[in-house]
Design a binder for this molecule. Structure first.
Ligand SMILES: [Zn+2]
Ligand SMILES: [Zn+2]
Length: 131
């Protein structure tokens, strides 16, 4: 079981199952959404993911591409994204975990659109878009 929360602590969640591969997404959308070089994400089964506190505080930004970016409405922490085409998984922003992930980054994705100031210094495989 993994647990996490947003910056202000209003929202808490649990993952009652394994985390998927950790991916660093360097796409321009994730950069904007997080204000950082990349988003650290892991796909988890929707059935394994539950909000245990602060459901009312969650806000959703729905993009044109059929993606819902769900974040804490109080502190703005990005927590999960959902894709209309893949309702069986949520993509967890693992920077919000409070428990150890117990795995390392598996790959870099959307490296083709990474920021010009973003240099990758590890040996994980890199993909121009999605593998
Ligand atoms: Zn919050
Ligand atoms: Zn991205």
């Amino acid at each position: 079981m993994h647990k996490g929360s947003c910056l202000c602590g209003v929202v808490e969640y649990e993952v009652n199952g394994p985390l998927g591969d950790i991916m660093y997404c360097h796409c321009s959308r994730c950069r904007k959404a997080g204000g950082a070089a990349f988003a650290a994400v892991s796909a988890v089964k929707t059935a394994d993911f539950s909000i245990v506190k602060g459901q009312d505080a969650l806000k959703t930004y729905r993009t044109d591409g059929g993606v819902e970016r769900i974040f804490c409405g109080h502190c703005g922490s990005p927590l999960i994204t959902k894709r209309e085409t893949q309702p069986e998984v949520v993509r967890l922003r693992i920077g919000s975990l409070d428990t150890p992930a117990e795995k390392k980054v598996a790959m870099h994705i959307f490296v083709g659109s990474k920021a010009d100031w973003d240099d990758i210094h590890d040996a994980a495989p890199q993909f121009a878009e999605r593998p």
